[in-house]
Design a protein around this ligand. Structure first.
Ligand code: ADP
Ligand code: MG
Length: 327
Protein backbone atom coordinates (compact mmCIF):
# COMPACT_ATOMS: atom_id res chain seq x y z
CA UNK A 1 0.00 0.00 0.00
CA UNK A 2 1.48 3.34 -1.06
CA UNK A 3 1.07 6.72 0.57
CA UNK A 4 -1.82 7.82 -1.64
CA UNK A 5 -3.66 4.52 -1.37
CA UNK A 6 -3.26 4.72 2.42
CA UNK A 7 -4.76 8.22 2.49
CA UNK A 8 -7.57 7.23 0.14
CA UNK A 9 -8.44 4.08 2.06
CA UNK A 10 -8.23 5.32 5.63
CA UNK A 11 -8.48 9.09 5.70
CA UNK A 12 -10.67 10.20 2.82
CA UNK A 13 -14.39 10.59 3.37
CA UNK A 14 -16.86 12.89 1.63
CA UNK A 15 -17.32 16.23 3.36
CA UNK A 16 -20.69 16.30 5.14
CA UNK A 17 -23.10 18.49 3.16
CA UNK A 18 -24.29 21.73 4.70
CA UNK A 19 -21.30 22.02 7.05
CA UNK A 20 -18.42 24.46 7.05
CA UNK A 21 -16.24 22.32 4.74
CA UNK A 22 -16.43 23.35 1.07
CA UNK A 23 -13.46 21.22 0.03
CA UNK A 24 -11.86 18.48 2.12
CA UNK A 25 -9.09 15.90 1.64
CA UNK A 26 -7.56 15.63 -1.82
CA UNK A 27 -6.62 19.10 -2.99
CA UNK A 28 -3.63 21.26 -2.09
CA UNK A 29 -5.60 22.90 0.69
CA UNK A 30 -9.01 22.52 2.26
CA UNK A 31 -11.63 25.27 2.02
CA UNK A 32 -13.67 26.08 5.11
CA UNK A 33 -16.47 28.61 5.46
CA UNK A 34 -17.02 29.68 9.08
CA UNK A 35 -20.42 31.17 9.90
CA UNK A 36 -20.26 34.87 8.91
CA UNK A 37 -19.38 37.15 11.82
CA UNK A 38 -17.52 34.47 13.80
CA UNK A 39 -13.84 34.29 14.72
CA UNK A 40 -11.65 31.29 13.91
CA UNK A 41 -10.15 29.37 16.86
CA UNK A 42 -7.15 27.21 15.92
CA UNK A 43 -5.17 24.78 18.05
CA UNK A 44 -2.51 22.09 17.49
CA UNK A 45 -1.47 19.19 19.71
CA UNK A 46 1.09 16.49 19.02
CA UNK A 47 1.23 12.98 20.51
CA UNK A 48 4.62 11.28 20.39
CA UNK A 49 5.11 7.57 21.01
CA UNK A 50 7.08 6.93 24.19
CA UNK A 51 6.35 10.44 25.38
CA UNK A 52 2.55 10.79 25.42
CA UNK A 53 1.63 7.14 25.01
CA UNK A 54 3.25 3.76 25.45
CA UNK A 55 4.77 1.95 22.47
CA UNK A 56 2.21 -0.62 21.36
CA UNK A 57 -0.75 1.45 22.61
CA UNK A 58 -4.15 0.30 21.39
CA UNK A 59 -4.69 2.15 18.05
CA UNK A 60 -8.44 2.75 18.36
CA UNK A 61 -7.98 4.51 21.71
CA UNK A 62 -5.05 6.43 20.23
CA UNK A 63 -7.22 7.70 17.38
CA UNK A 64 -9.78 8.87 19.93
CA UNK A 65 -7.22 10.49 22.21
CA UNK A 66 -5.27 12.30 19.48
CA UNK A 67 -8.44 14.14 18.47
CA UNK A 68 -9.88 14.42 21.99
CA UNK A 69 -6.93 16.40 23.36
CA UNK A 70 -7.28 18.85 20.49
CA UNK A 71 -11.04 19.21 20.84
CA UNK A 72 -10.45 19.83 24.54
CA UNK A 73 -8.50 22.97 23.59
CA UNK A 74 -11.41 24.21 21.48
CA UNK A 75 -13.75 23.43 24.39
CA UNK A 76 -11.57 25.52 26.67
CA UNK A 77 -11.97 28.50 24.31
CA UNK A 78 -15.72 27.99 24.12
CA UNK A 79 -15.43 27.29 20.39
CA UNK A 80 -17.49 25.01 18.17
CA UNK A 81 -15.42 22.62 15.98
CA UNK A 82 -15.46 23.03 12.18
CA UNK A 83 -12.87 20.47 11.10
CA UNK A 84 -9.33 19.20 11.62
CA UNK A 85 -6.13 18.16 9.84
CA UNK A 86 -3.97 15.16 10.68
CA UNK A 87 -0.20 15.01 10.21
CA UNK A 88 0.91 11.44 10.67
CA UNK A 89 4.37 9.84 10.83
CA UNK A 90 4.18 6.04 10.70
CA UNK A 91 6.97 3.46 10.92
CA UNK A 92 5.03 1.18 8.52
CA UNK A 93 1.68 1.04 6.71
CA UNK A 94 0.05 -1.54 8.98
CA UNK A 95 -3.50 -2.16 7.68
CA UNK A 96 -5.03 -3.41 10.92
CA UNK A 97 -3.42 -0.60 12.92
CA UNK A 98 -4.60 2.08 10.48
CA UNK A 99 -8.16 0.73 10.36
CA UNK A 100 -8.44 0.69 14.17
CA UNK A 101 -6.83 4.12 14.49
CA UNK A 102 -9.24 5.58 11.91
CA UNK A 103 -12.20 3.96 13.69
CA UNK A 104 -11.38 5.67 16.99
CA UNK A 105 -10.59 8.96 15.26
CA UNK A 106 -13.75 9.16 13.14
CA UNK A 107 -16.10 7.98 15.89
CA UNK A 108 -15.15 11.03 17.96
CA UNK A 109 -15.02 13.32 14.90
CA UNK A 110 -18.55 12.27 13.90
CA UNK A 111 -19.85 12.70 17.45
CA UNK A 112 -18.81 16.35 17.28
CA UNK A 113 -19.46 17.12 13.59
CA UNK A 114 -15.77 17.77 13.09
CA UNK A 115 -14.66 16.33 9.72
CA UNK A 116 -11.08 15.53 8.72
CA UNK A 117 -10.22 18.01 5.96
CA UNK A 118 -6.56 17.29 5.16
CA UNK A 119 -3.18 16.34 6.50
CA UNK A 120 0.20 14.95 5.71
CA UNK A 121 1.52 11.39 5.81
CA UNK A 122 5.14 10.35 6.07
CA UNK A 123 7.28 7.44 7.20
CA UNK A 124 8.96 7.93 10.58
CA UNK A 125 8.73 7.21 14.30
CA UNK A 126 5.03 7.12 15.30
CA UNK A 127 3.88 10.69 15.79
CA UNK A 128 0.35 12.10 15.58
CA UNK A 129 -0.21 15.79 15.11
CA UNK A 130 -3.69 17.23 14.80
CA UNK A 131 -4.78 20.80 14.16
CA UNK A 132 -8.39 21.70 14.92
CA UNK A 133 -10.34 24.62 13.54
CA UNK A 134 -13.32 26.04 15.38
CA UNK A 135 -15.42 29.15 15.55
CA UNK A 136 -16.58 31.45 18.30
CA UNK A 137 -18.59 34.69 18.40
CA UNK A 138 -16.56 37.89 18.90
CA UNK A 139 -16.16 38.65 22.60
CA UNK A 140 -17.22 35.16 23.71
CA UNK A 141 -13.91 33.24 23.59
CA UNK A 142 -12.86 32.09 27.07
CA UNK A 143 -9.32 33.41 27.35
CA UNK A 144 -6.74 32.63 30.02
CA UNK A 145 -6.10 36.29 30.70
CA UNK A 146 -9.66 37.20 31.64
CA UNK A 147 -9.90 36.08 35.30
CA UNK A 148 -10.80 38.85 37.76
CA UNK A 149 -10.27 39.11 41.52
CA UNK A 150 -13.44 37.97 43.27
CA UNK A 151 -14.36 35.45 40.55
CA UNK A 152 -15.41 32.00 41.65
CA UNK A 153 -13.11 29.25 40.42
CA UNK A 154 -14.82 26.20 38.89
CA UNK A 155 -13.83 22.75 37.70
CA UNK A 156 -15.77 20.41 35.41
CA UNK A 157 -15.88 16.68 36.20
CA UNK A 158 -13.04 15.48 38.40
CA UNK A 159 -9.27 15.18 38.19
CA UNK A 160 -6.74 12.52 39.15
CA UNK A 161 -7.94 9.27 37.63
CA UNK A 162 -5.66 9.43 34.58
CA UNK A 163 -2.65 9.89 36.85
CA UNK A 164 -3.69 6.92 38.94
CA UNK A 165 -4.18 4.80 35.80
CA UNK A 166 -0.71 5.77 34.60
CA UNK A 167 0.80 4.73 37.94
CA UNK A 168 -1.02 1.40 37.85
CA UNK A 169 0.21 0.75 34.32
CA UNK A 170 3.76 1.63 35.34
CA UNK A 171 3.49 -0.53 38.46
CA UNK A 172 4.15 2.29 40.94
CA UNK A 173 3.80 0.76 44.41
CA UNK A 174 1.69 3.56 45.97
CA UNK A 175 -1.00 2.78 43.41
CA UNK A 176 -0.69 -0.99 42.94
CA UNK A 177 -0.71 -1.50 46.74
CA UNK A 178 -3.87 0.58 47.31
CA UNK A 179 -7.26 -1.08 47.79
CA UNK A 180 -9.09 -0.21 44.54
CA UNK A 181 -11.80 -2.40 43.05
CA UNK A 182 -11.64 -3.58 39.46
CA UNK A 183 -14.49 -1.44 38.13
CA UNK A 184 -12.90 1.72 39.53
CA UNK A 185 -9.54 0.78 38.04
CA UNK A 186 -11.23 0.29 34.66
CA UNK A 187 -12.99 3.67 34.93
CA UNK A 188 -9.66 5.35 35.71
CA UNK A 189 -7.95 3.64 32.76
CA UNK A 190 -10.76 4.85 30.53
CA UNK A 191 -10.14 8.42 31.67
CA UNK A 192 -6.51 8.10 30.61
CA UNK A 193 -7.11 6.31 27.30
CA UNK A 194 -10.36 7.92 26.14
CA UNK A 195 -10.68 11.43 27.57
CA UNK A 196 -13.95 13.30 26.95
CA UNK A 197 -13.57 16.80 25.51
CA UNK A 198 -16.03 19.12 27.29
CA UNK A 199 -17.23 20.84 24.12
CA UNK A 200 -20.89 21.33 25.03
CA UNK A 201 -19.89 22.81 28.38
CA UNK A 202 -17.30 25.13 26.84
CA UNK A 203 -19.82 26.49 24.34
CA UNK A 204 -22.51 26.88 27.01
CA UNK A 205 -20.07 28.77 29.24
CA UNK A 206 -18.94 31.03 26.39
CA UNK A 207 -22.56 32.04 25.90
CA UNK A 208 -23.08 32.66 29.65
CA UNK A 209 -22.62 36.31 30.73
CA UNK A 210 -20.21 36.61 33.66
CA UNK A 211 -18.05 33.62 32.73
CA UNK A 212 -14.59 35.09 32.27
CA UNK A 213 -11.54 32.83 31.83
CA UNK A 214 -11.02 29.15 31.09
CA UNK A 215 -8.40 26.57 30.18
CA UNK A 216 -8.35 22.82 29.96
CA UNK A 217 -6.42 20.86 32.58
CA UNK A 218 -3.92 18.73 30.70
CA UNK A 219 -0.72 19.00 32.72
CA UNK A 220 -2.03 19.09 36.30
CA UNK A 221 -4.58 21.34 38.01
CA UNK A 222 -2.20 23.57 39.95
CA UNK A 223 0.29 23.97 37.11
CA UNK A 224 -2.43 24.86 34.63
CA UNK A 225 -4.15 27.17 37.10
CA UNK A 226 -0.76 28.86 37.47
CA UNK A 227 -0.80 29.62 33.72
CA UNK A 228 -4.26 31.18 34.00
CA UNK A 229 -3.24 33.28 37.03
CA UNK A 230 -0.07 34.49 35.35
CA UNK A 231 -1.95 35.48 32.18
CA UNK A 232 -4.62 37.26 34.23
CA UNK A 233 -2.25 38.88 36.75
CA UNK A 234 -4.24 37.53 39.71
CA UNK A 235 -3.85 35.03 42.55
CA UNK A 236 -6.17 32.29 43.78
CA UNK A 237 -7.23 30.15 46.70
CA UNK A 238 -8.24 26.51 46.26
CA UNK A 239 -10.03 24.33 48.80
CA UNK A 240 -8.71 20.85 48.21
CA UNK A 241 -11.55 19.22 50.17
CA UNK A 242 -14.07 20.61 47.66
CA UNK A 243 -12.45 18.76 44.72
CA UNK A 244 -14.65 15.85 43.65
CA UNK A 245 -12.95 12.57 44.52
CA UNK A 246 -13.30 9.65 42.10
CA UNK A 247 -14.03 6.30 43.76
CA UNK A 248 -10.70 4.96 42.50
CA UNK A 249 -8.80 7.62 44.50
CA UNK A 250 -10.58 7.01 47.78
CA UNK A 251 -8.30 4.20 48.93
CA UNK A 252 -5.06 6.14 48.33
CA UNK A 253 -2.90 7.62 51.07
CA UNK A 254 -3.75 11.32 51.48
CA UNK A 255 -0.50 12.63 49.94
CA UNK A 256 -0.98 10.54 46.82
CA UNK A 257 -4.64 11.45 46.62
CA UNK A 258 -3.67 15.11 46.58
CA UNK A 259 -0.89 14.55 44.04
CA UNK A 260 -3.44 12.95 41.72
CA UNK A 261 -6.09 15.63 42.27
CA UNK A 262 -3.84 18.66 42.11
CA UNK A 263 -0.98 17.64 39.85
CA UNK A 264 -2.06 14.53 37.97
CA UNK A 265 -2.34 15.63 34.36
CA UNK A 266 -4.15 14.18 31.34
CA UNK A 267 -7.50 15.17 32.87
CA UNK A 268 -8.96 17.30 30.04
CA UNK A 269 -11.43 18.96 32.35
CA UNK A 270 -12.26 22.67 32.15
CA UNK A 271 -11.00 25.03 34.83
CA UNK A 272 -12.84 28.34 34.60
CA UNK A 273 -13.72 31.50 36.46
CA UNK A 274 -16.98 33.41 36.69
CA UNK A 275 -18.57 36.30 38.52
CA UNK A 276 -20.19 35.19 41.79
CA UNK A 277 -23.43 36.62 40.35
CA UNK A 278 -23.23 34.02 37.56
CA UNK A 279 -23.16 31.10 40.03
CA UNK A 280 -26.65 29.85 39.11
CA UNK A 281 -26.04 30.32 35.39
CA UNK A 282 -22.82 28.26 35.62
CA UNK A 283 -24.70 25.43 37.34
CA UNK A 284 -27.36 25.64 34.61
CA UNK A 285 -24.66 25.47 31.89
CA UNK A 286 -23.29 22.33 33.55
CA UNK A 287 -26.73 20.76 33.68
CA UNK A 288 -27.43 21.65 30.04
CA UNK A 289 -24.11 20.09 29.00
CA UNK A 290 -24.58 17.03 31.22
CA UNK A 291 -21.32 17.65 33.11
CA UNK A 292 -20.88 18.20 36.84
CA UNK A 293 -19.34 21.57 37.68
CA UNK A 294 -17.89 22.28 41.12
CA UNK A 295 -16.80 25.53 42.73
CA UNK A 296 -13.31 24.79 44.05
CA UNK A 297 -12.04 28.20 45.14
CA UNK A 298 -11.79 31.82 44.13
CA UNK A 299 -9.61 34.30 42.31
CA UNK A 300 -7.86 36.74 44.63
CA UNK A 301 -6.17 40.08 44.10
CA UNK A 302 -3.06 39.11 46.08
CA UNK A 303 -0.63 37.16 43.88
CA UNK A 304 0.17 33.49 44.48
CA UNK A 305 -1.77 30.29 44.79
CA UNK A 306 -2.97 29.23 48.21
CA UNK A 307 -4.18 25.64 48.74
CA UNK A 308 -6.27 25.05 51.86
CA UNK A 309 -7.14 21.72 53.44
CA UNK A 310 -10.42 20.64 55.03
CA UNK A 311 -9.55 22.51 58.26
CA UNK A 312 -8.87 25.70 56.30
CA UNK A 313 -5.11 25.39 56.86
CA UNK A 314 -2.80 26.36 54.03
CA UNK A 315 -0.50 23.57 52.89
CA UNK A 316 2.24 23.26 50.33
CA UNK A 317 1.52 20.83 47.55
CA UNK A 318 4.76 19.03 46.67
CA UNK A 319 4.08 18.65 42.93
CA UNK A 320 2.22 21.05 40.69
CA UNK A 321 2.11 19.39 37.31
CA UNK A 322 3.91 18.26 34.24
CA UNK A 323 6.52 20.14 32.20
CA UNK A 324 8.18 18.40 29.24
CA UNK A 325 11.39 20.34 29.72
CA UNK A 326 11.25 20.43 33.52
CA UNK A 327 13.17 17.81 35.53
P1 ADP B 1 0.83 17.87 -0.98
O1 ADP B 1 1.97 17.16 -1.59
O2 ADP B 1 0.13 18.86 -1.86
O3 ADP B 1 1.15 18.39 0.38
P2 ADP B 1 -0.06 15.34 -0.09
O4 ADP B 1 0.40 14.43 -1.16
O5 ADP B 1 0.75 15.48 1.15
O6 ADP B 1 -0.30 16.77 -0.75
O7 ADP B 1 -1.54 14.96 0.32
C1 ADP B 1 -2.55 14.76 -0.65
C2 ADP B 1 -3.89 15.09 -0.05
O8 ADP B 1 -4.15 14.19 1.00
C3 ADP B 1 -3.99 16.48 0.53
O9 ADP B 1 -5.29 16.97 0.34
C4 ADP B 1 -3.74 16.27 2.01
O10 ADP B 1 -4.39 17.25 2.78
C5 ADP B 1 -4.36 14.89 2.20
N1 ADP B 1 -3.73 14.11 3.28
C6 ADP B 1 -2.47 13.66 3.36
N2 ADP B 1 -2.27 12.92 4.46
C7 ADP B 1 -3.46 12.93 5.13
C8 ADP B 1 -3.91 12.37 6.36
N3 ADP B 1 -3.12 11.65 7.16
N4 ADP B 1 -5.19 12.60 6.71
C9 ADP B 1 -6.01 13.32 5.92
N5 ADP B 1 -5.65 13.86 4.77
C10 ADP B 1 -4.39 13.68 4.37
MG1 MG C 1 1.79 17.16 1.92
Amino acid sequence: MGEFELIARHFTRPAPPGGAVLLGVGDDAALLRPTPGHQLAISTDMLVEGRHFFAGAEPEALGHKALAVNLSDLAAMGARPLGFTLALALPAADEAWLAAFARGLFALADAHDCPLVGGDTTRGPLNLCITVFGQVLPGQALRRDAARAGDELWLSGRTGEARLALALRRGEAWATGAPINEADVAAAADRMDRPTPRLALGQALAATPGVHAALDVSDGLLGDLGHLLKASGEGAEIHVDTLPLAPALQGLALDHQRDCLLAGGDDYELLFTADAAAHGAVLAAGRAAGVAVTRIGRIAAQPGLLVRDAQGRAFTQRARGFDHFGD
